[in-house]
Design a protein. Structure first.
Lengths: 471, 471, 471, 471
């Protein structure tokens, strides 16, 4: 007879190739803290409702605590024949406690157990990622403050468009990251619902108290339908999706800074510490960390694809396919956490080359739109004003000069309204100063927002550092 | 010179192949209602702050209203040379109003305009999908009520596991759909933020009032950073992700009902109206609607992939790549809306074959776990009880009988505790009646939840029907 | 009774919502040419083996030919109630011919019919794409010839690395595209296998001759297993994958040319004809075609995802989910065909700004690796040589000079071997001239390859233009 | 100064967080065999062309051989600070050999080195997968032979359609797998091209002989363009795509056998060795291996997505993002190899429940299409015949009888042609016997194909077993 926990009805041994193929201990060992915590809460509830005695409960809690310590210390033996972390911990408990250990799995199944463990893990991962997002937001605020006087060319289609303050640019990423925090917080509410007690799929005839377990483990609610609870992986999909959006935000920024680090742009100096060199070309200093952050977005998108394809077409309730949910969840959360950490290092260490940027601001007619808006202010319809300035640009470009360098005759040739006053509105600094709309790069507006964000993101007391690992 | 709106600086005509390649009117014409609504709100604000006169505003509003009516009536001429819906509408306005029409595009850009239009569209689509989800939930509640007495075999690994009430099964899908509603509602909050006024990327020097526009269009907030506002497509990603999860919920259910419709399962009769036949095999009645719902989940997952790959590695702010965002957004929302609609038709018309299901309930030892729990109640450790019942199952299976049909000797041979009392706990109806945990298939629990959901989902007054199309 | 072709066993009418949901005529009408061609070949075979008379065959061929002409002329009525293109054409034939028309569907099913039609479409699409790839390759060869004297900075990590000839750069894309042709050709062999005659899934008891049909339709082989033939969609997956790689090749190039078109790089002038402007910023000239080509790669990747997810977990043989295979196949092929067409327009019209490029070649120490190789030639181990040149670069960078501008003392301070000879090897033109390995940017090597490709890609006679549409 | 190989121009140390983030040794250590083999071939070529002496070459070969042995024995120290497998091996060589070791990296870069290593790995992986596919094909042939007399219901839309021989069913998978072999073989040709000698991106000025290296390493050709060679990852995309199609073939089959293993179908007995039980439900025997094979297809699809997204939008030539290519390549190949291996175990051990299958063959009117074809043979048009048989089916279904059990009156009521002869053509065995088309389930046809495949797949001599691991 098989020596598996479920071996009663089986006559043949599992094929060792099958054991290797079906095992999950090589990755779900990551859940050991969560599994022990959930088992302790479960055991206490069993004692509370009288399914085990208080003495048995104490033995179980003591045994689990020891096992957790052994795993944490790296001295616990793992064996693929024992399938998964749940079986490892329970078998170790039975080895220690005999029949008392055999009572722990009362009124639960691995189906609800693993769902519980994974939700606990994801909840912690979300908190760890949220802390790292805030860390990166703070790095952006410092970047904004550090470069408060720098004017950057703003781009659309990667063509120079209008000038923006570096601080305005930095705050754009603070906004994106804040939406990420919102998505993670919304996801966390749906993660933080207890499946334990759904048992295999239908609940149990034993008199359990799920509210108590939920309370002990910090869950906000108890899952209301056992079939749903044991099959639901929405929380995993949603967490990985939220991670994917974070990763894509970082990838867009990383792309931008790879460009800014080129000799051609020359906007940015990255510290040597976040660059690497070439094994063959002695002069190279490559923005590897930014490239890898960009590249790792592919991995997180793939983790999301993994889960979406995995659950496609599965009938209720638990199917073994779902064992494969853990790898992409772990990978997405850990990848995003490390990318956020490194992004904060890069942003904190980066220095804009203010002089080089300023020297190039005359290129690209960044003041053209402001001039057009001046004409609108003088009563010229926008489309007409747009066309007039377009003609000025064509003229200036053909002569290789800025708009401010056009002669009075050249101006007037385009439209009689274009008099000498035009020159006093041109030039990038004047263009920046002219902005006034809410959310624009107007200096006062940017200062106001920077102050508000700084207030909001500065912890009242010293912030606790984010945990070293996720979760 | 080019006759495009932006043609001032250009000397060559656009290549007609380029016009065909770059046009978006073939799909973004769907945004015409939103574009007109946003332009009317914009014009009123321009008048309010004095950038146009009240008379000009009235002309513009009148012109836009007429144009909208023409498009709705199908008499408005479209032309790929005019690129997109925005240019079509503005050009038609200028044709009507001349210089007054040329003033509408004051203090805005297509970048913020299209973002505004698309957010309005997505907001309406979310509302339409939400209404359809509720419609499907109500169909499930009616299904539950209609089959209140039916006991189904519950499955894990598609193997018979434990019995569940059909109503319990139906409520599992109500729960899944309710999470979908929660995700859509959370997404809607992030969708419902006004980008208009971000202009091209940096805001404007003109004295606009974005709060007024937001208020007129029903937005909850104004986007705070112009660079972010014009580049942000998180809302599209998030809406399509929420749709993908809906689609996958439906795909799992559809898979299940394709199985249940087989001759082998025979659980389900689908009305002829939602089936089709074969062009060659005269006897076929195929569950095509369920198959297509399952298949269309692939399309929505692909729409999500489309958006994720599209935004990967794009620097700030607007890039033309983003024009391609609309197709997957439209497709995902419309596909999911139609799948939900048809799913409700299928659920409403389906009839469980109660007699056939009941006749087969003796197969699969659906009462084995309940017996194990009885042994646990008598003090036998779970693992031991599991093994004892496993031996009973092996015995019964080898004899081709149910557990209840084992002899007293056979029971006692496995364990002395297994006496005649065992028989009085066996059988599927008794197994169902024994459940008691919160969220389980216990009849009282299921009744309680069914009543609560019915109360919750029955509108106080007659519900307004969902809109005919999404949005 | 239903009036569907398969209505014999049905008592209820199809729900009109179901008709709309399940129809495919809105997209599979694209297959009309293929469907008629396959039906004609099928009818001729039926006559040949005696299942219909020659006179019946002649009537059918005549009827189908007329129907094809009507569809091509746009005067054929489509109706969602008739489901798909196959039913439309057959019903029209029956309207014309009565019982003779009712004989066409002998010994076939829509399952093998649609697989045949789609394979014919894909085969033509592959040929159309192949012709466009060659067109783009020729544009690259002309680009290479046109810029034969231009030296570009080559990049790794987007940092200046070593100099490359513009022609060498162009040939890199010719190579990538040639691999694409190879993949398409391999795919075409697996596409070009006839499924017709597999009937529903098991073949037929009627005495058909599949070889004859294969021959008439230009198939290379007949599918050997009916269950496989009716369920196989490998050919669609493979064709769309090959398209996705083409799309990604184009996306990488498009990204590069978006960069090169920036004011900062300034390497490239794109003709106005492939650029567009801004509705608000008068000075903008945006590389929209390149951006859209980059963006459309996301769409093709999504089409592939669509198919991969669609077929996941489908049992044998045909399932209705497969109806959804056509949209991504059509979309991927058409998207890639149009991207290739436009890419050829862009490459043909682009002009490298040779003077600006040359003026910047001194930046980035593009000659450093060549100097290192000189030191290796003088017996210094590579790692040591790498480090020595690294020190020279650091010195030169701190002084803001090129390597050639270092003093003799500065050279010798790094290593005694570094004498005046160093200067005579430095400078980008000398670095280019020094290359010699096969496949390198050595001018003679590039000339040789350019000549070989030109020979290979120049048709003996005037090439026939690619078809206007795909297929 | 940094102690990295590329440290000459750097002044700051790499941040340890950066070292952890950028390292690849944790996964690219898998390439050690390939890296050593390629370095040995490279060193021999350097000696041949005179860039190092024969004595130096001998030392290098000896050193590399020892290092390879140490890694294989698990005694080689890895350190994330040394980045990747290339640097580990080279540094170990320099520790042993000093300046001689410093010469190995002459005329190569990590860019071409890693591309070479990965191609070698993929080539071996393809061969290992191909061997496993053949193993699975042979298992299917044995399955076919073992169940030669079994008739299965064939399905479309998962509804019973027409009867098929179990051997015919088995051969459908042999066909699918054979296409997989074809794709892998085509891919292998494009994999087997040597990039080494492309150096960083532009080739080298040193007199290397790439043909010799290609020959030594078994490459079919030398990559012709250095920019292309160092940036090309088509081979990785294509190999992973080919794996994804294999995985999806297996997933469809696994889905089918999960269904067949249900109590409801009951077609299949899987050996205990490939099933597992439940931790809570004592009676369960779950087809876990099939479920995991189905689930793991999601992982391979995700690996493909990973690569597609990774390369999207990367300009030439090497970018650090590409470091992330290895994980999905390794994972896809290894996952598919293990799924194939287990699939062969499952197919070899599975037994069709012939009696149960035969007992159910009367359900589903599997003979209806054959009857229709008889009517066609008697001159009734197909559409008419289809409708007549449809009416018979409706009649039989309403009475709960088979077609053969309809009375003569019932037959004649539908059509006068339907006389007593009808009965002698009905019944599933007669329906199977009636098939005759090429590729159909006609017994003689299936025998012929089975014999041909058996001949083709039986090795002349004893086959060498596939390698224990991939590659």
């Amino acid at each position: 007879m098989s020596n598996q926990a479920w071996g009663g009805r089986f006559t043949d041994e599992t094929d060792p190739r099958v054991a290797r193929f079906t095992e999950s201990i090589s990755f779900d060992h990551k859940l050991f803290e969560q599994d022990v915590a959930a088992s302790i809460a479960h055991a206490r509830m069993l004692a509370q409702v009288g399914l085990i005695t208080d003495a048995e409960c104490a033995q179980i809690v003591q045994g689990l605590t020891e096992i957790r310590a052994e795993i944490a210390a790296g001295v616990f033996p793992f064996d693929v024949a024992r399938e998964d972390i749940h079986m490892h911990i329970e078998a170790a408990l039975i080895e220690r406690l005999g029949d008392v250990g055999r009572k722990l799995h009362t009124a639960r199944s691995r189906n609800d157990q693993v769902a519980t463990d994974l939700r606990l893990w994801v909840r912690e991962a979300i908190d760890g990622i949220d802390a790292r997002i805030q860390g990166l937001q703070r790095a952006w605020l410092e970047f904004a403050a550090r470069h408060r006087e720098v004017i950057l060319p703003g781009y659309t289609h990667l063509q120079r468009a209008q000038p923006v303050l570096a601080a305005h640019y930095a705050l754009a990423y603070v906004e994106k990251l804040e939406r990420d925090r919102g998505r993670l917080a919304d996801c966390r509410r749906r993660v933080n619902v207890l499946p334990l007690g759904a048992a295999a799929l239908a609940g149990t005839s034993l008199p359990i108290d799920r509210e108590q377990v939920a309370c002990a483990l910090g869950f906000d609610a108890v899952a209301a339908n056992s079939l749903d609870a044991s099959s639901d992986r929405d929380f995993a999909l949603e967490a990985v999706f939220a991670c994917a959006v974070v990763a894509l935000h970082l990838a867009g920024w990383a792309e931008e800074w790879v460009l800014w680090s080129t000799q051609e742009f020359g906007f940015l100096s990255l510290p040597d510490a976040v660059c690497t060199g070439s094994s063959i070309m002695p002069q190279k200093k490559n923005p590897d960390v930014c490239e890898l952050i960009r590249g790792k977005s592919a991995r997180v998108v793939a983790d999301l694809t993994h889960l979406l394809v995995l659950v496609k077409g599965l009938p209720l309730a638990y199917n073994r396919d779902l064992q494969e949910d853990k790898r992409p969840v772990f990978d997405a959360c850990e990848t995003v956490a490390s990318c956020l950490e490194l992004a904060a290092v890069v942003v904190a260490g980066a220095r804009l080359n203010a002089a080089a940027i300023a020297a190039g601001l005359d290129r690209g007619f960044l003041d053209a739109t402001t001039l057009m808006e001046q004409l609108i202010g003088r009563g010229i319809p926008q489309r007409t004003a747009h066309e007039l300035v377009g003609k000025l640009v064509a003229r200036a470009e053909s002569r290789g000069v800025t708009l401010a360098e056009l002669t009075e005759d050249e101006l007037r040739a385009v439209h009689p309204e274009l008099g000498p006053w035009v020159r006093s509105t041109l030039g990038v600094p004047r263009a920046v100063a002219a902005f006034r709309s809410f959310g624009s790069t107007a200096p006062a507006e940017v200062d106001r927002q920077l102050a508000a964000w700084t207030e909001r993101l500065t912890p009242a007391s010293a912030p606790s550092p984010p945990p070293a690992t996720v979760p």
